[in-house]
Design a protein around this ligand. Structure first.
Ligand SMILES: C[S@@+](CC[C@H](N)C(=O)[O-])C[C@H]1O[C@@H](n2cnc3c(N)ncnc32)[C@H](O)[C@@H]1O
Length: 191
């Protein structure tokens, strides 16, 4: 069975079921911030097409909010967990670098995704860049779910996703529609 040392995921399942239920195609997924693969395993088993591909991006080194979390063995646990949960015709591609580099590489490859889950760096500048680059990688009609929209309300503004995501939804208001807004934010690409 898969092994996890943290559960940053289970409470998000009802939201994800709702957002994924709005999709017509579930063939190509992108995940920014996969950690030990709890979310990846859930996508593989519960949402991704049997012949689908998921691209997982992580530095496997943590962000500024992870000073108390050890990242020793995270990459190895991710690989083991995925190997156990992946369907025979599903594929998993890992890009182990900063998300901005990974997304730029995917854009240069002209990749497109039906669904993108953003749960990487939580600082406002990083989240803003992740959001703008993810938009470019999304199919029209596709959905991005940002985890932790309301994370860190007691923290400095620049260390929280909300400031970036409010700016993103304001500036992209003719290009995305909001499909979910609670602790997470879900948007659909409309243009
Ligand atoms: C909260 S964890 C992800 C949890 C996972 N989605 C789940 O639900 O089980 C955030 C992950 O993002 C990664 N990360 C943080 N900043 C990043 C960045 N700039 N680029 C790529 N990965 C990053 C960290 O290494 C960490 O594994």
């Amino acid at each position: 069975l898969p092994t996890f040392t943290q559960d940053w995921f289970s409470h998000n399942v009802p939201n994800l079921q709702k957002a994924l239920g709005l999709l017509e195609k579930r063939r190509r997924f992108l995940e920014i911030g996969c950690f030990e693969g709890m979310s990846t395993c859930w996508f593989l088993r519960n949402a991704l097409d049997d012949v689908g591909e998921i691209v997982c991006v992580d530095t496997f080194e943590g962000g500024i909010e992870h000073v108390k979390t050890s990242f020793e063995g995270v990459r190895e646990r991710f690989e083991q967990n995925i190997a156990e949960m992946k369907g025979p015709a599903q594929s998993v591609r890992v890009l182990d670098c900063h998300s901005h580099l990974a997304l730029a590489k995917l854009i240069s490859e002209e990749s497109r995704f039906d669904f993108i889950y953003v749960d990487g760096s939580h600082t406002a500048p990083d989240v803003l860049a992740d959001a703008c680059l993810a938009y470019l990688l999304l199919q029209t009609g596709g959905i991005i779910v940002f985890d932790d929209y309301l994370y860190g309300q007691d923290k400095p503004l620049l260390e929280t996703p909300k400031a970036a995501l409010d700016m993103f939804t304001l500036l992209y208001r003719e290009k995305v529609s909001i499909v979910m807004l609670n602790y997470q934010l879900g948007v659909r690409k409309i243009g």
